[in-house]
Design a protein around this ligand. Structure first.
Ligand code: M6R
Length: 610
């Protein structure tokens, strides 16, 4: 969470930083700030979004060095004072930070006893004063002072520091929060993700945990915290500017919903061969035998990625006949860890930076499990730390509400499950051929849904001000119900719950009255009869049925106040289609309610704190 951008070079630093912060704003948007070196340090910061910060900057600033930050508040409410950058007591040092300094209280007390005064409620200000304090005793070596100060920090950080004694450098360091260096021609950038640097360079160096870098406009030196020099690999970025712009859409989420047919085609390209009924997954080819031998698979993820994990559970169990446990990554560490050798863990993450998912991955690896990644962001920490994996290739997802990443994750899990089933011999050739051919048709079926998306306008308008929604699904419809409810609550702030349809009778049915829209995912064929009974139960209590049906399901259509049909497909692939109308419904409702769809309150795209 929080976006960090820094620049050193020949351009006006504030221009590059503001542009970069706008690209990173999805990481947090409570407040924003910059520190520019213009002969002396100049700090501008404010509560609110980057456009507000931009209005505070003067047109005539000529700084060529600076750092910036867009915040998702952890310690201290979003206000001007708590905004980053934070400074040392003598005003010579400014830093921006992403992460949490867990021992900030004890450090603060020590620093206060030494005469430092604190102005903010943040954990970050402690680090600025701590570095100053250490530097006052090691005045011959600023980098060493930063290393010493950081070694006293418990918690996580991605940090960028400038100091007016060293106007030609930025120091960055990382532990637990992502940071990369964009290597340009006589200029360097730093950022917490690549979208902020893609316009200027395609050469990036990813910092790893425990590393610190001193960055000048024509050079960067990377060391460990205990000062061993490192040679880092330079990676080539495959990220185009068009991919990270709205391209005529009002919101990224809208663009990303409509990109799904292309995203899924990209995900399938080179992997699926419908003619020969084969699947090629280069990223896991060397571990397939190990997967086949595993007695169980554990899937760990958060949020939407956890929902795709549940689809994965159904897929792996039904096709590859392997038992699957789907865990909230955040909860795994509090359980007796029984994951170890012989187990295979699949971690799913769009960003590849989610702190809890990363922690689950590390714990499983430490215990000897094989850990595979299903990740979207190429080069992200999770992608780099897993033993093997399959990229989603959905392209950058910028709207906070995940859409194309969900369908991309489900597609990858589908490919993996069919492939594993083929390796294990748990699927007949006939069935595998049929599934592979149908998977290849999914992008065009998605197109058909998107073409008639305006059919959802009326129901969106009718229920935009409902206080609650219930989503019900069975089998493959259940994770879709969870995902539909999450989409609605996160962008429109309407309370919504997703339930397995049969669970309704065990509690939620008490909520149903004539005010309650109940979205029923009736997209799987083998559960239809039972879903019909559940719909009748809702209708008997005057609930308002909105159904997502397979084309031709007149029985459910006739029982519904509103229904939207998706093309028929194999049960296993139904989530890839039924989720799309739910994404659109949420989007329409959020727009009707005047919500900031891409940057919903309190949320951030990438949750890099635990
Ligand atoms: O980047 P990740 O997939 O690891 O992120 C996990 C969740 O934070 C994410 O899916 C979140 O729930 C989204 N806002 C949902 O739309």
């Amino acid at each position: 969470m929080c976006g960090i951008v820094g620049y050193i070079g020949e351009k006006r630093a504030s221009d590059v930083i503001i542009k970069g912060l706008k690209r990173l704003e999805y990481r947090g948007y409570d407040s924003a700030g910059v520190a520019l070196f213009n002969g002396e340090l100049e700090i501008k910061k404010c509560k609110g979004k980057v456009v507000k910060l931009e209005s505070l900057l003067t047109k005539d600033d000529q700084a060529r060095v600076g750092i910036g930050h867009t915040r998702w508040a952890t310690h201290g409410e979003p206000n001007d004072i708590n905004s980053h950058p934070h400074t040392s007591s003598n005003g010579k040092l400014a830093l921006v930070h992403n992460g949490i300094i867990e021992n900030y209280n004890s450090l603060k007390k020590i620093l206060e006893s030494k005469g430092h005064t604190f102005y903010s409620q943040t954990d970050t200000e402690v680090l600025a004063k701590l570095i100053e304090d250490v530097y006052s005793k090691n005045s011959d070596d600023f980098k060493k002072s930063v290393q010493i100060a950081l070694s006293q920090i418990e918690g996580t950080y991605g940090v960028a520091i400038i100091h007016s004694d060293f106007p030609d450098q930025i120091i960055v360091a990382r532990k637990g929060s992502p940071l990369l260096i964009g290597v340009g021609d006589n200029e360097m950038l730093i950022a917490s993700d690549a979208s902020a640097v893609a316009e200027y360079t395609d050469q990036v160096v990813y910092l790893d945990d425990g590393e610190i870098a001193v960055i000048k406009k024509d050079d960067y030196q990377v060391h460990t915290l205990d000062d061993n020099s490192l040679i880092k690999e330079v990676h080539e970025l495959a990220l185009s500017i068009e991919e990270i712009e709205k391209g005529g859409y009002e919101f990224f989420m809208h663009k990303e919903i409509f990109e799904q047919p292309k995203a899924i085609s990209d995900c399938l390209r080179g992997r699926l061969d419908p003619e020969n009924g084969t699947i090629t997954l280069g990223g896991i080819k060397d571990v397939l035998e190990k997967m086949a031998d595993a007695k169980r698979l554990i899937i760990a993820a958060c949020g939407t990625s956890w929902h795709s994990g549940i689809v994965g559970e159904y897929l792996f169990e039904s096709l590859a006949k392997v038992s699957v446990e789907v865990e909230y990554a955040s909860e795994l560490r509090y359980k007796e860890s029984l994951i170890g050798e012989g187990d295979v863990m699949i971690v799913i993450s769009q960003s590849g930076e989610t702190a809890d998912t990363l922690a689950a991955l590390r714990q499983a690896k430490e215990n000897g499990a094989l850990v595979l990644g299903v990740v979207n962001v190429v080069g992200s920490t999770i992608a780099r730390e897993t033993d093997a994996g399959v990229y989603i290739h959905a392209g950058p997802e910028i709207g906070v509400a995940s859409t194309k990443a969900f369908t991309g994750q489900v597609t990858v899990l589908t490919l993996m499950a069919i492939k594993l089933a083929q390796v294990k011999g748990t699927i007949s050739k006939e069935k595998a051929d049929r599934l592979i051919k149908e998977l290849n048709r999914i992008p065009s079926k998605m197109e058909k849904i998107l073409e008639k998306s305006s059919e959802l306008d009326a129901v969106s308008n009718l229920f935009s001000y409902a206080p609650n929604f219930l989503y019900l699904g069975r089998s493959f419809g259940f994770p879709v119900a969870l995902e539909g409810a999450l989409k609605l609550k996160e962008i429109s702030y309407i309370h919504a719950e997703g339930y397995p349809a049969a669970e309704m009778k065990h509690g939620p049915i008490a909520l149903i009255d004539e005010m309650m829209p109940v979205v029923v995912i009736a997209g799987t064929n083998h559960t239809n009869d039972k879903m019909v009974s559940n719909i009748e139960e809702v209708r008997a209590r005057k609930g308002r049925i909105i159904s997502i049906i397979t084309e031709g399901n007149e029985e459910v259509e006739n029982l519904s106040e509103f229904s939207f049909s998706v093309p028929d497909t194999e049960d296993e692939f139904s989530p890839l289609l039924t989720v799309i109308p739910l994404q659109i419904l949420s989007y329409n409702i959020a727009v009707n309610r005047g919500c900031d769809v891409d940057q919903p309150r309190n949320l951030a795209k990438s949750v890099t704190v635990e």
